[in-house]
Design a protein around this ligand. Structure first.
Ligand SMILES: C[S@@+](CC[C@H](N)C(=O)[O-])C[C@H]1O[C@@H](n2cnc3c(N)ncnc32)[C@H](O)[C@@H]1O
Length: 283
């Protein structure tokens, strides 16, 4: 006799719970939804329905991977960010909701019809650059990352969301491959900002993400420090630098901002009221 969706879900949730997964029923439901290609409302309404043997086998494989601590998004291969769905692989950081604050800040600062030229430093999946290009139809961007593998994912996401003709993807360390004549109206970045020795204390799911997307030197500020130093050379006067940083880094970062070069417009808090994002304007 074949298993029902409900039985498979209950067994999966039990396995996930026993393996320390925070939200076992939610994850089981999302994996089931991915396997049978139906939304979660369908699943809730059809718990008695039989699941095909092949699908059950696939579901059980996915549950076993999740139970071992593989992030859900690496199993399903995608994550929503702002208004779009992004392909994610273990070569890129999984886009986080707090990073959407950067897109929101850009929308508040820049008029929709602006012929914006911007750069995204450390683009990963491309979620920031592609979301901004999707909002600003006249905009052009350069997205930079040290990881060639990440850039492959960003390229596929750009094609999928029809912005590839307005996005140049460049493999480089910050601005190393950018001409001194390339000037932008806006630079956004969600750089790595975890201290080297903090990595072992992060949840096991986060430790599956690329190390180069997470860690940045002994104090976690090695990339942000260089970003604040190098960006003025590529930003037009009046242009903005908007970047994310880690918990409790706001005071130290404030000390890195040269007030002769920058006006600090805002330090924005995330939904948990934690300072997470800085908006600087070049004088
Ligand atoms: C925290 S992830 C952010 C990815 C994506 N922007 C997001 O918000 O989901 C940081 C990214 O910066 C890249 N990166 C790290 N150091 C870099 C550097 N010096 N220059 C350019 N990119 C860098 C990493 O490869 C990674 O893709």
């Amino acid at each position: 006799m074949s298993a029902s969706i409900g039985t498979a879900l209950t067994d999966a949730a039990r396995t996930l719970q026993a393996n320390g997964i925070d939200e076992p029923r939610l994850d089981a439901g999302l994996l089931m939804s991915h396997v049978i290609g139906r939304d979660r409302a369908f699943i809730v309404a059809h718990t008695e329905a039989a699941i095909a043997e092949q699908q059950l086998k696939q579901f059980e494989e996915f549950v076993a991977r999740r139970a071992e601590g593989e992030p859900l998004q690496y199993i399903t291969g995608h994550q929503e960010f702002f208004k779009l769905d992004f392909e994610v692989t273990p070569d890129v950081l999984i886009p986080r909701p707090e990073t959407e604050l950067i897109v929101e800040a850009v929308l508040e600062l820049v008029h929709a019809d602006t012929r914006l030229a911007f750069a995204d430093i450390g683009t990963g999946s491309g979620c920031l650059a592609i979301s901004i290009l999707n909002e600003f139809q006249q905009a052009h961007a350069i997205a930079i990352d040290t990881s060639e593998r990440a850039l492959h994912v960003a390229r596929r996401n750009a094609a999928r969301h029809c912005v590839a003709d307005r996005l140049r993807l460049v493999q480089a360390d910050l601005f190393a491959a950018i001409s001194v004549n390339d000037m932008f109206d806006l630079i956004v970045s969600n750089p790595p900002y975890v201290a080297d020795d903090e990595i072992d204390r992060l949840p096991r799911e986060v430790r599956r993400e690329p190390r180069s997307a997470l860690v940045a030197g002994p104090d976690g500020l090695s990339v942000i420090r260089r970003l604040i130093r190098d960006v003025p050379g590529h930003l037009r006067p009046g242009g903005h630098l908007i970047f994310e940083f880690g918990i409790n880094q706001d005071h130290e970062i404030h000390g890195l901002v040269n007030s002769e070069v920058w006006t600090t417009l805002e330090i924005r808090k995330d939904l948990q009221a934690i300072p997470r994002m800085m908006v600087l304007q070049k004088k």
